[in-house]
Write a protein that binds this ligand. Structure first.
Ligand SMILES: Nc1ncnc2c1ncn2[C@@H]1O[C@H](COP(=O)(O)OP(=O)(O)O)[C@@H](O)[C@H]1O
Ligand SMILES: [Mg+2]
Length: 359
């Protein structure tokens, strides 16, 4: 081993060398661990621009290159899929000015920082979910006790008193329901994926919506029947569609229309899964409604947990949707205007996974 190689592998934090196009040409083993991907998978990838960060590193790198001076982006929240987000100071050093090669060092800050001084909304939301789950678990039992006690009390009370105990019972029920949702979020298992016809998913969700929360809505199906199978956990995808239908139905009190649309579009998007494999996402599923559209104040945060535009909303519906879609290597996006709100989910095809498993 040469001296440089020894230093390279002894570096205690993730280090990457990028070429002039920001493609990785080398990584150390800590970086493989950090990005949860092999060296082979990382080489050639535009890892820093494709990983979710709360600071766009691309212009920082470009500036370091043109000005040929080292830069440090301090306190960048880096979120590698499937891993706990980490706050890092990212050092950018120009290695060779002629070729544009740079060295990027990701120095994680003390993990305690993430929950203390750090005020990144993503980190806060993630730790808030953990806290909420713990609380939900702790509160549920005593709450069930309170509910039971109120029900017992009501047996020996005058009508005035019964009215109050009924209030206790109905409010505790509501809180128990909310806590159940928080717990459901935490209990979500990794998807058990099989080839699935997306139309079966849509039919199941539509049927249950049209006899329940969506009774006041008209449902219109616009399916491409030739669509290939996707690779998914059927129950989890039904949950996704149900949550979207529920929001669309709740957006309009009296009546309205919800369109369920599927189509094939190869050109749209690609996504890298946790093993570093690229998948194209040609299956498009859209849930469209003619309601008032997203409230402007929360438009940018609707996928974050606990963000709700509704009285009594939990803000967990779309957070769950976005988690499940990400676990399926898919994408979700939304465009919203008064009179037309479109949630689009882009999913991979099953063959893409089955071929890889067979090979
Ligand atoms: N189809 C829609 N039309 C209008 N607003 C929507 C729609 N879908 C979601 N929203 C807005 O996004 C918010 C967050 O939704 P969600 O995460 O499901 O939480 P919740 O339904 O508990 O409020 C909703 O409260 C609502 O304001
Ligand atoms: Mg909802």
């Amino acid at each position: 081993m040469t001296g440089t190689q020894t230093v390279w592998s002894a570096l205690p934090f993730p280090a990457l060398i990028l070429d002039a196009h920001d493609q990785v040409t080398d990584v150390n083993s800590v970086a493989e661990e950090f990005f949860n991907a092999s060296r082979n998978a990382l080489i050639g990838a535009k890892v820093l621009s494709e990983t979710h960060c709360d600071v766009d590193l691309v212009p920082v790198i470009a500036r370091a290159r043109t000005e040929a001076v080292p830069f440090t982006a301090a306190g960048v929240l880096i979120e590698v899929r499937g891993m706990t987000p980490v706050v890092c100071d990212v050092d950018i050093n120009v290695l060779e000015q002629e070729t544009g090669h740079i060295l990027a060092l990701l120095r994680p800050q003390d993990t305690a920082m993430r929950f203390g001084k750090r005020s990144s909304p993503e980190a806060a939301a993630l730790s808030a979910i953990g806290m909420a789950e713990m609380l939900a678990h702790e509160i549920k039992n005593p709450l069930a006790g309170i509910k039971g006690a109120a029900q017992l009390l009501s047996m020996n009370l005058e009508p005035d008193g019964v009215e109050l105990t009924n209030l206790i019972v109905s409010e505790t029920k509501r809180i128990l329901g909310l806590l159940g949702q928080v717990e459901q979020f935490g209990n979500l298992l990794p998807p058990n994926r099989k080839p699935v016809n997306i139309h079966d998913v849509l039919d199941r969700a539509r049927q249950s919506a049209s006899v329940g929360f969506g009774r006041h809505m008209v449902f219109v199906e616009n399916y491409d029947p030739s669509l290939p199978l996707t690779y998914a956990d059927l129950d989890q995808l039904v949950q996704v569609i149900l949550n979207l239908l529920k929001n669309a139905a709740e957006a309009q009190k009296v009546s309205g229309t919800i369109w369920l649309r599927t189509f094939y579009d190869h050109a749209l998007r690609r996504r890298q899964d946790k093993d570093g494999q690229q998948h194209s996402l040609p299956l498009q599923v859209e849930i469209i409604d003619d309601g008032p559209g997203l409230p402007a104040a929360i438009e940018d945060q609707i996928f974050d947990p606990f963000v709700s535009g509704r009285e009594n909303g939990t803000g967990l519906g779309l957070a769950l949707v976005s988690k499940i879609v990400a676990d399926h290597d898919g994408w979700i996006s939304v465009t919203s205007n008064p009179g037309k709100t479109v949630f689009r989910i882009s999913l991979p095809v099953a063959d893409d996974f089955l071929e890889k498993e067979a090979s």
